[in-house]
Design a protein around this ligand. Structure first.
Ligand code: ADP
Length: 544
C-alpha cells in the first residue's frame, strides 16, 4: 500500500526561496576578487539568482546543459549554484588548480556550453580557449568597471548580463532526480571522473548534515566555507547554510592565515570548514601574531586526516572545537563526523582527542560496511579492518559517461567501494587505516602501511617514513620501510627493527629498511606513494 502523502519534489530552488522568505535580512558577506568586501542579504541573493535564471535563458542555456564555473567562493558563485540548477541546467564546478590537460579534459568531457569565470582565471582560459571547441561563450564575473581586455570569444560581463532582467522568476517544477551539478574527482592516475549530483541527493545531503547531533547549525551560526565551491560544492555549506538561515561568509581568493583570521573576527564567524593545510596556515598566524578568535566555536577539518596536534591546539590554546569529517566527492561529500558525545565529555582530554582522531560516526543516510579480500563482511568490533564500502541516497550510482570506471566502482550488491581501508568500532566510530592501493597484502592478511609509518616515526631518530609493498614469492607482498634519518643520526636497520618490534605485531615487521635522503612529495605536501613504488619497482627483498 502506498502512503497518501503529496509527491512533491525536493528541489534546490526551494532552498534559496525558503531563505529569502524566512531569513530575508540574514547576511551573505564576500571578500571579492576585485578587492572590497561585499555584503547583501538572502533576499538579494534570491533576486539576483532569479535575474541570472532569465539571463541563462537569454544565452540559450537549456535544461541539462552544462554550465561551468571557474571561480572562488563569493556571492556570484552562490547565485550560479542556484540559477543553473534551479532552471534545470547543470552547474559544473571546475578546480582551476588541476593540470591543464585535466582541466581541458573536464570541460570537453562535460561538453560545457558556457564558462563563468572569475577575473583571476581569465588568463588561464585565454591560454586554453583554442582547445575548448564546444564552448559557446564566456561570462566574466565582474562589473563593467573591472572588465579586462580579453581575447576570449563571445564574452559577457556578469553584472551587465543580469542587470536588465526581472527579479521575479518562476522556477520550473523539475523531477527531483534531475541532475543539478557536476564535479570531477581527480585520481592519482587517469582522467578525472565526473560525479553528477541530483536535486534530491543535494537536498537530502543537506538534511543529513544538519541532523548530525551536536553540530548545532542555525540562524545564529556564521559559516565560513574555506573549502572551495569548486570542490564538492564546498561540502554542501552553500545549500545547508541558507536552509537554516545561517550567515554565510565567503573568503574569495584570500585564503592565507592572516586574511582568514581578520575576516573571521570581523564578521563574527562561528563555524569554519576546510582541509588541514588551511588550518595549519591559520594556526601559524594566530600563534605568531598572538591573536585570539573572538567568535569562532567550531572548525570542521576534512579531506585528509586531521592531525592530533591540530585538534589539540584548537581546543587547548584557542577554545575552539575541532571536528573531523571524512567523505568523498562521490558522497556529496560528507560520510562521517567525529564529535565527542555527551556521555564522553567527562573523560580525560587525551581520551577525547583519541575519539576525535577517528574519522567519526556515519551521518544519517550513509550505510557503511567493511569487507575482507573476498568481499565477506567483517565485524564492527574496532579490531578487524578491511575495505570500506558505502551506500545511500547521496552517494553516486555511477560516474558520468564512464563505463570503464563504473565497472570497478561497485560490489555485486551495488555498494560503492571507497578505496579506503578502515575499522569500525561497536559505537559506530570509523577509523581509516589505509588506502586499498597502499595496504600490504601479505599471505591474504592485510598490513596497514599507515600504522607502520606512524610506529616508525615514533623512533626519535627517524624524521619521515613510508611503507610500501614489495613483491615476495611466498607471501605475495611484504612491507618495505623507506625512511629519512634525523640529521646527524646513524641509526641502522637493526636499530629500527628492534624499536618496531616493541610497537607492532611480529608478522608486521618490515622485511627490509632502506634509508634515503628524502621522500617524494606532491605540491600539496602529500607523500607520493605511487612515485615511491615506481622507484622501488622490482626491488628484491632479502627475505625473498
Ligand atoms: P575530497 O575531494 O573531498 O578530498 P576526494 O574524493 O578527493 O574527496 O578524496 C576522498 C578521500 O580523501 C577519501 O577516500 C579519503 O581517503 C581521504 N579523506 C577524506 N577525509 C579524510 C579524513 N578525515 N581522514 C583521512 N582521510 C580522508
Amino acid at each position: 500500500m502506498r502512503g497518501l502523502m503529496m509527491d512533491r519534489p525536493l528541489l534546490i530552488s526551494q532552498i534559496i526561496e525558503y531563505a529569502a522568505s524566512n531569513f530575508p535580512d540574514q547576511e551573505v558577506v564576500s571578500q571579492t576578487v576585485e578587492g572590497e568586501l561585499h555584503r547583501y542579504t538572502y533576499r538579494d541573493a534570491a533576486r539576483r539568482s532569479r535575474q541570472l535564471a532569465h539571463a541563462l535563458g537569454q544565452l540559450g542555456v537549456q535544461r541539462s546543459d552544462r554550465v561551468a564555473t571557474v571561480a572562488w567562493n563569493t556571492y556570484r558563485h552562490l547565485e550560479l549554484y542556484y540559477a543553473t540548477s534551479g532552471t534545470g541546467a547543470i552547474c559544473h564546478t571546475i578546480n582551476p588548480r588541476l593540470p591543464a590537460d585535466q582541466f581541458i579534459y573536464m570541460i570537453n568531457h562535460a561538453q560545457d556550453k558556457y564558462i563563468f569565470v572569475d577575473l583571476t582565471f581569465v588568463p588561464l582560459l585565454e591560454k586554453l580557449k583554442d582547445q575548448l571547441p564546444g564552448v559557446a561563450g564566456f561570462v566574466i564575473l565582474t562589473d563593467r568597471a573591472h572588465m579586462p581586455e580579453t581575447q576570449l570569444p563571445n564574452v559577457h560581463c556578469y553584472e551587465e548580463l543580469i542587470a536588465e532582467h526581472p527579479t521575479e522568476f518562476h522556477w520550473p517544477d523539475l523531477d527531483e532526480t534531475t541532475a543539478s551539478s557536476l564535479c570531477y574527482t581527480s585520481g592519482t592516475t587517469g582522467n578525472p571522473k565526473g560525479v553528477l549530483y541530483s536535486h534530491r541527493s543535494t537536498v537530502l545531503h543537506s538534511f543529513f548534515v544538519l541532523s548530525v547531533p551536536g553540530l548545532g547549525m542555525d540562524e545564529e551560526s556564521a559559516m565560513l566555507p574555506v573549502v572551495p565551491m569548486f570542490h564538492v560544492n564546498a561540502w554542501g555549506v552553500p545549500y545547508f547554510g541558507p536552509m537554516v538561515g545561517a550567515k554565510l561568509v565567503f573568503p574569495g581568493p584570500r585564503l592565507d592565515g592572516e586574511s582568514l583570521a581578520n575576516l573571521m573576527n570581523q564578521e563574527g564567524v562561528t563555524d569554519a570548514w576546510g582541509v588541514p593545510t588551511v588550518w595549519l596556515g591559520l594556526l601559524k598566524h594566530m600563534r605568531s601574531a598572538g591573536e585570539r578568535f573572538r567568535t569562532l566555536k567550531q572548525v570542521l577539518i576534512g579531506g585528509s586526516a586531521a592531525p592530533r596536534a591540530m585538534l589539540q591546539e584548537f581546543k587547548e590554546r584557542f577554545d575552539v572545537e575541532g571536528l573531523q569529517g571524512w567523505g568523498m566527492t562521490e558522497m556529496s561529500p560528507i560520510g562521517t563526523v567525529s564529535l565527542v558525545r555527551p556521555k564522553d565529555r567527562d573523560r580525560p582530554a587525551s581520551e577525547q582527542l583519541d575519539i576525535k582522531c577517528k574519522q567519526g560516526r556515519a551521518v544519517f543516510g550513509v550505510d557503511m560496511k567493511i569487507v575482507d579480500d573476498q568481499g565477506n563482511p567483517l565485524p564492527h568490533d574496532g579490531e578487524a579492518f578491511g575495505e570500506l564500502l558505502v551506500r545511500g541516497p547521496a552517494i553516486l550510482s555511477g560516474y558520468y559517461e564512464n563505463p570503464e570506471a563504473n565497472a570497478k566502482a561497485f560490489d555485486a550488491e551495488g555498494w560503492f567501494r571507497t578505496g579506503d581501508v578502515s575499522r569500525i568500532d561497536r559505537e559506530g566510530y570509523m577509523e581509516i587505516v589505509d588506502r586499498t592501493k597502499d595496504v600490504i597484502k601479505s599471505g591474504g592478511e592485510w598490513i596497514s602501511s599507515i600504522d607502520l609509518e606512524n610506529a616508525a616515526v615514533g623512533h626519535p631518530e627517524i624524521a619521515e617514513a613510508a611503507v610500501i609493498a614489495a613483491a615476495h614469492p611466498k607471501w605475495d607482498e611484504r612491507p618495505l620501510l623507506v625512511c629519512v634519518r634525523e640529521s646527524g643520526s646513524s641509526v641502522d636497520k637493526d636499530g629500527v627493527l628492534a624499536y618496531l618490534s616493541d610497537h607492532v605485531a611480529k608478522w608486521w615487521l618490515p622485511d627490509d629498511v632502506v634509508f634515503v635522503e628524502e621522500l617524494p612529495h606532491s605540491a600539496t605536501g602529500k607523500l607520493q606513494k605511487a612515485k615511491l613504488r615506481e622507484e622501488f619497482k622490482g626491488y628484491t627483498l632479502p627475505t625473498a
